[in-house]
Design a protein around this ligand. Structure first.
Ligand code: HEM
Length: 244
């Protein structure tokens, strides 16, 4: 029986995505990898920073020595503070790339939806996406405040350069409960953002099985909880007088 190859070819061409669609899909995958990669870098910083913060439980001398050491990493190969500035540059680039990828992907997802939902469907995907967006904004605002509070000390009325232990202890003193409250809310927001972000990154990096999905969810929850508890232990320790 003769096959009408022209019709078959036409049908296949109609089904196959246009080259522009293909390119867009490829660039969306690249953006997801960019989000996952920069996210992993930021999580690594968060773990290192949390471990550093926990040194406060070893006393003023140890903590201030650690804060001083941060400024001398890489010496004598590099001049003082150079490593710190390289790290700051890297983190800033990672944050900018992370936000850029998130924004472009969100705009594409919105454009791909032909009509606006009359009622938002209560599916986990859209709930998580909205939480991620607003959670991300809260985390960004928190980091800006936090740097002005404990690094540059611009917003810290009692801050003294070189006295990291005193700065933290006075920042979370009981009289400044509103600062502690703001940190608690922000760090919980960081936790939620990470829980979904870590799971999402694992998926982007190739996880597809149901068992892997369960492990990814449990690991994302465990890692986020460790970070939230580790970070919150410092302001709580100051509030109850364990660090003063
Ligand atoms: C209660 C929890 C936290 C405490 C006690 C704390 C403490 C500190 C201190 C003392 C510094 C200044 C270090 C120095 O200049 O010697 C600092 C810097 C910083 N923290 Fe935190 N931090 C906390 C949570 C966080 C969180 C959750 C994030 C990110 C989401 C974060 C991101 C940063 C960044 C980006 C810097 C600037 C580092 C630099 O100077 O390059 N911190 N933190």
């Amino acid at each position: 029986m003769a096959v009408d190859t022209t019709t078959t070819r036409k049908a296949a061409a109609a089904k196959a995505p246009a080259p522009a669609d293909k390119a867009r899909r490829r660039s969306s995958v690249a953006l997801k990898f960019l989000m996952a990669g920069t996210g992993i870098l930021l999580v690594l910083f968060l773990f290192a920073h949390m471990i550093g913060n926990l040194k406060i439980f070893f006393g003023e001398e140890t903590f201030d020595h650690y804060a001083h050491w941060l400024r001398t990493i890489g010496t004598p190969l590099l001049p003082d503070e150079w490593y710190l500035w390289i790290q700051r540059g890297g983190l800033t680039l990672a944050v900018v790339a992370h936000i850029y990828a998130a924004t472009v992907l969100a705009i594409r997802a919105r454009k791909a939806r032909p009509v606006k939902y009359a009622h938002r469907p209560k599916v986990q995907g859209s709930y998580a996406a909205r939480t991620m967006r607003w959670g991300g904004v809260i985390v960004l605002l928190f980091v800006i405040y936090h740097i002005l509070d404990l690094t540059t000390l611009t917003l810290n009325p009692n801050g003294v350069h070189g006295e990291a232990y005193r700065n933290v202890a006075e920042d979370f003193a009981p009289g400044r409960w509103y600062v502690t409250l703001f940190y608690v809310v922000s760090i919980v927001a960081v936790g939620f953002h990470l829980r979904h972000g870590i799971w999402s990154a694992v998926r982007t990096l190739g996880q597809q099985t149901q068992r892997g999905e369960r492990i990814a969810r449990a690991s994302a929850l465990a890692l986020s909880l460790v970070l939230v508890v580790g970070y919150l232990s410092v302001p709580f320790a100051v509030t109850i007088g364990l660090v003063d």
